[in-house]
Design a protein around this ligand. Structure first.
Ligand code: IMP
Ligand code: MG
Length: 174
């Protein structure tokens, strides 16, 4: 396993992102909407560093099977609890890859007439993008390689790693 982003680098970046968001949303109470499951560790660290008034909710989505992978067809598994009408929403993502899942989520949330919807992603794999997407807050730009750890899985494993690592063939075969 090759470590791509250490625990220390993650912590420093999360702190910087939280500070930037806090400055931009001063006087507001944004809703941090974490996309499960991948965002759970990033979300937990980000809101603790944010240390200002905010509300927290989660959504879970899933792509329709493998056959349609990359088709942008997304199934909603868990919806938000909070009413987002006229509220500022921050969608918290682990990684934006093709951008298809994120685009679906944003379109879905916009139907509820929020005041604003912006993306915060820890990782941006922009080389793999299939649709244009504006991301307001990006942690790290990474090459088009499969990564695991800090919430990200390979077949539901490795989410608990405190760092981001490149998923090598041995891990994929396990
Ligand atoms: P997108 O719709 O292609 O942008 O897919 C985003 C989702 O695919 C993420 O929320 C992850 O669950 C998953 N994903 C994309 N790339 C990786 C990766 O390198 N490691 C683990 N999961 C990934
Ligand atoms: Mg996954």
């Amino acid at each position: 396993m090759k470590v791509l982003i250490s625990e220390k680098k993650l912590a420093a970046k999360v702190k910087a992102l939280a500070k930037q968001i806090r400055n931009d949303y001063e006087g507001e109470v944004p809703i941090f909407c974490g996309i499960l499951k991948g965002s759970f560790l990033f979300m937990a660290d980000l809101v603790r560093e944010y240390a200002s008034e905010c509300e927290i909710d989660f959504m879970a989505v899933s792509s329709y099977g493998n056959a349609k992978k990359g088709s942008g067809v997304v199934r909603l598994i868990k919806d938000l609890h909070i009413n987002v009408k006229q509220r500022h929403i921050l969608i918290i993502e682990d990684i934006i890859d093709s951008g298809l899942t994120s685009t679906y989520i944003k379109q879905y949330l916009k139907l509820r007439k929020p005041k604003s919807v912006e993306f915060v992603t820890l990782l941006d794999k922009s080389e793999a993008r299939k649709v244009k997407i504006d991301i307001k807050y990006v942690g790290f730009n990474i090459p088009n390689k499969f990564v695991i750890g800090y919430g990200l899985d390979y077949a539901e494993k490795y989410r608990q790693l405190p760092y981001i690592a490149e998923c090598e063939d041995e891990e994929r075969l396990k």
